[in-house]
Ligand binder design. Structure first.
Ligand code: AMP
Length: 119
């Protein structure tokens, strides 16, 4: 597991130290609107366990935590009810441009999203 910084912005959101525009929350996950949306719908979903990357989550989450997170994802997608499809992505590390070191999935939709990556 890579080192986890307790002071990252999403850890502060989980602890309620900074506000978020919440979409859904349960014991395992929290979903909220991205503060700088890149599409008409741009929601982030994070697990509540302290993991920095997708791989850390895959390795360290218990079956219950994993199931809980994906169950949260299902709730969020039903709440958002995105017409026309959507994209789910996770940035990891420097080349991806990951800004916040708490594993999160971006849910993007509400318009045609264009190519997966810029050339
Ligand atoms: P990433 O580049 O994958 O690490 O994405 C981090 C995302 O978190 C960016 O899209 C930011 O706009 C978003 N973000 C940063 N701070 C906040 C915040 N306080 N509330 C909501 N979204 C945030």
């Amino acid at each position: 597991m890579t080192l986890y910084d307790e002071n990252n912005v999403f850890a502060k959101i989980i602890r309620g130290e900074i506000p978020s525009k919440k979409v859904y929350e349960d014991a395992f996950s929290l979903a909220f609107h991205d503060i700088n949306p890149k599409a008409p719908i741009h929601v982030l979903i994070i697990p509540k366990i302290k993991v920095k990357t997708f791989q850390d989550f895959a390795r360290d989450a218990s079956p219950e935590e994993m199931k809980g997170f994906f169950n949260g994802m299902d709730h969020v997608l039903r709440i958002l009810n995105i017409q026309g499809g959507y994209r789910i992505m996770a940035n990891t590390g420097i080349h991806s441009g990951q800004e916040v070191d708490h594993f999160h999935l971006h849910i993007l939709g509400g318009k045609h999203l264009g190519p997966m990556v810029c050339a």
